[in-house]
Design a protein around this ligand. Structure first.
Ligand code: SF4
Ligand code: SF4
Length: 429
């Protein structure tokens, strides 16, 4: 397993230490030290909440750079379906793909067809899947991270089928290598991403040994130059190669729409996902077959690295889909044959990530819990975040891990100063 790098970086020149980011972080991954935010990579689930919360533009996504492109002889772009939704209602996906080739990619491929294939594969697998139920889709990498970090009891619920972006990259690398007579290593395949989570799923993949993608560029970075490139024209419309059902995957509910099984549930936004996962852990929703879950409020169209607002993006995508017609690219017999070859299967088991101090035996566990309660009782429980931790309970956890001191609490320091001043006052009388 590859060690995790933080998917976000804080710019010390811009950060004012306001703690807004640390207070929205769902896994308490951010601390503010010496006036600047820092992230604990092992806790971060790449949800982008901190990027949205910062009013000072001090949180940046760690993504690929033009130098990464230069390493390859042949450069391929695979855009998220969300990219199609950034330019109004009247843009055709083929214009976007053509525009990407004007930005320096040798080819840009649509992957909506693979979305349809994966929906078909999940649908066809239900009869062979074993419990626990419901199954949880692995499309959103931030959801997979959330389960690893906060809900390890739900690991067995994750669908064991690879994501469309990884499968599309695998197929395209083979195809391009054959067409261009290139060594597969000389082909760089880059995803145009709406969020930081996908870049981290490439650098430190979960469920497969090595990603089939070589990097990712943010939609927000590419939109301006791409719009200029598209204005130059030159693209022919090729409706038959873009899947209407496939492009809906950018929106919450889109993955489920292509399935025959309707005993499914779509859950989106961190708060709602946590609500449902808490209930799953308590044994609820057992009669549901599949949960499609996204960390972002409306699915990928509301990712932290997008430009178009989520309501406008959703409307754009609906309109673009209607113009594509109803023709399906899904071939059931093809999907079943690929399933027999295990083409869709995850390569590795997804494992939990322990992030809290784990006691080796019961006696140590009891002692640790007592220490936790004693430290917590000394704190004012105001959750002011002035110590740099997002709340009092997190300062206690950091103290137990020797990463902070309980005296970092400004109220304890104040009390000590007042005590000392009182003593000095008594002494001088
Ligand atoms: S929100 Fe976080 S990154 Fe932005 S200025 Fe405040 S502390 Fe710094
Ligand atoms: S991306 Fe999400 S989990 Fe990671 S530090 Fe930011 S708010 Fe926390």
């Amino acid at each position: 397993m590859v060690a995790r790098e933080p998917s976000i970086l804080f710019d010390p020149a811009r950060c004012v230490g306001c703690v807004a980011c640390s207070q929205v972080c769902p896994t308490k991954a951010i601390r503010v030290a010496a006036g600047c935010a820092v992230v604990k990579p092992e806790l971060c689930i790449d949800c982008d909440a901190c990027i949205r919360a910062c009013r000072y533009d001090a949180v940046q996504a760690r993504l690929s750079s033009p130098a990464d492109l230069a390493r390859f002889k042949y450069k391929v772009a695979i855009p998220s379906m969300t990219l199609y939704a950034q330019f109004g209602r009247d843009i055709h996906p083929s214009q976007v793909l053509h525009g990407l080739t004007r930005l320096g990619f040798d080819r840009a491929y649509d992957m909506s067809w693979m979305n349809e294939m994966v929906a078909g594969a999940i649908d066809a697998s239900f009869s062979e899947m074993e419990g626990p139920w419901p199954k949880i889709s692995v499309t959103c990498p931030a959801i997979v991270r959330l389960v690893q970090v906060r809900y390890p009891d739900l690991l067995a619920n994750l669908v064991q089928i690879e994501t469309p972006r990884e499968l599309a990259a695998k197929v395209l690398r083979r195809r391009v290598a054959a067409e261009q007579r290139l060594d597969p290593q000389d082909i760089g395949i880059f995803f145009i991403t709406p969020c930081t989570a996908i870049m981290n799923s490439i650098v430190a993949p979960v469920g497969l040994e090595q990603s089939n993608l070589d990097g990712a560029f943010a939609i927000s970075e590419i939109c301006g130059p791409l719009l200029k490139a598209m204005k130059l024209g030159g693209a022919e419309e090729r409706d038959d190669q873009i899947s209407r059902a496939g492009i809906r995957w950018a929106m919450s509910g889109g993955e489920l729409m292509g399935m025959r099984n309707t005993n499914t549930m779509s859950v989106h936004s961190l708060r709602d996902v946590q609500y449902v996962f808490d209930h799953l852990e308590a044994g609820k929703f057992q009669s549901v077959d599949l949960i499609e879950a996204y960390i972002c409020p409306d699915g990928c169209i509301s990712g932290g690295l997008t430009i178009e607002g989520r309501y406008a993006a959703g409307r754009n995508l609906q309109h673009i889909g209607r113009r594509l017609g109803t023709q399906s690219l899904f071939k059931e017999e093809k999907v079943r044959s690929l399933m027999r070859e295990h083409f869709f299967d995850l390569e590795e088991e997804i494992k939990a990530r322990a992030v809290r101090p784990v006691a080796q035996d019961l006696r140590r566990a009891i002692a640790l819990e007592r220490e936790r309660q004693e430290l917590l009782a000394r704190l004012p429980r105001k959750d002011c975040a002035a110590c740099g931790a997002p709340d009092c309970a997190t300062l206690v956890e950091d103290t137990l891990r020797d990463e902070a001191k309980i005296d970092d609490c400004i109220f304890l320091r104040l009390a000590r100063c007042e005590e000392a001043a009182a003593k000095r006052g008594e002494g001088s009388r």
